[in-house]
Ligand binder design. Structure first.
Ligand code: 6PG
Length: 235
């Protein structure tokens, strides 16, 4: 990957520093395509950052039929709602592949609590190979928001959560322990507005005020793919 400097490590997090957002998307896409080729079980993030990575990943690997794709979190809106992460997936990855993965969506037609319970049950026995995570400006990841009760949950794989920022709709999110069970946790963050949360997530001591700082793969690898702007405050 041109521009990607050799990874450095911060507190057990492998920092992959790239020049810009496009390189970050390309790096994440390459990792996702490789996982799909290997028939992996993958949790994908919502938000705007991964959109380009999903488009590129579909172009790198047209056959995702061996893979299982889950959502690290979902907004409790109808699947065709523009705020739905399911719609993001449909418009990017699923629109670009020739053979689709098995996609496991959150049943948002149910109430948030019922949807979370159903997703939690569906996740029983599921082992994540890759969890692709975003980083919010407030340091959240998935829909695990600063100081939220969801950060304390240990006996569930997915729970309902109140939104900690827009869109102000109820959420269903995978829990910290379940995301941490992934063999490879991969953060993807770009842009100057992620420099401060990235420092809090990857340099400062872990804190419930920065949920991303609490998420590390328990038994595997944790990587942060950052462009120079997002990495600007790591030193
Ligand atoms: C979501 C995501 C969320 C996202 C961050 C960053 O459902 O919105 O899972 O955790 O990754 O909010 O969002 P951006 O990529 O849009 O900055």
């Amino acid at each position: 990957m041109s521009g990607a400097e050799s990874p450095s490590s911060l507190d057990g997090v492998e920092i992959v520093l790239v020049d810009d957002a496009e390189e970050a998307a390309a790096h994440a896409a390459s990792l996702l395509a490789e996982a799909a080729r290997a028939g992996a079980t993958i949790a994908l993030s919502g938000g705007s950052t991964p959109r380009r990575a999903y488009v590129l990943a579909a172009g790198l690997e047209p056959d995702w039929s061996g893979a299982d794709v889950w959502l690290g979190d979902e907004r409790c809106v109808p699947a065709e709602d523009e705020r739905a992460n399911a719609r993001l997936l449909r418009e990017t990855l699923l629109a670009g592949v020739e053979r689709a993965p098995r996609v496991h969506l959150v049943p948002t037609e149910l109430s948030p609590d019922e949807a979370a319970l159903a997703y939690d049950r569906a996740l029983a026995g599921v082992h994540l190979d890759v969890a692709l995570q975003g980083l919010g400006g407030d340091g959240h990841t998935a829909s695990l928001f600063p100081g939220a009760p969801s950060l304390e949950v240990t006996e569930r794989r997915a729970v309902a959560a109140d939104a900690g920022l827009e869109p102000w709709v109820p959420r269903v999110t995978m829990t910290l322990p379940f995301l941490a069970s992934a063999a490879h946790v991969v953060f993807l963050a770009v842009g100057a507005d992620k420099a401060e949360p990235a420092r809090r997530a990857f340099v400062d001591p872990p804190s419930p005020e920065t949920p991303a700082s609490l998420l590390r793969s328990r038994s595997g690898r944790t990587t942060a793919i950052l462009d120079r702007a997002a990495a600007a405050r790591l030193a």
